[in-house]
Design a protein around this ligand. Sequence first.
Ligand SMILES: [Zn+2]
Length: 74
Amino acid sequence: MVSKDLLDILRCPACVREKPGMLKLVKDTWLVCQEPGCGRKYPIRDDIPVMLIDVGDKWVNTAEDALPVPPPAE
Ligand SMILES: [Zn+2]
């Protein structure tokens, strides 16, 4: 598991400059940006959140319910 302290400080790298960029933990393995119009989803692989905009972009159009667990490798 990723520590709650770490999850509390993580923000969506695409949004954080202009907005809060708060993330929601989904299925214990994904961090979903809560900003309207963003929808990027960041996988947690081997307990390490992958906070890369390019990676988050890939999952914008994937519904939370459809996110694969565990997240696929690159
Ligand atoms: Zn975002």
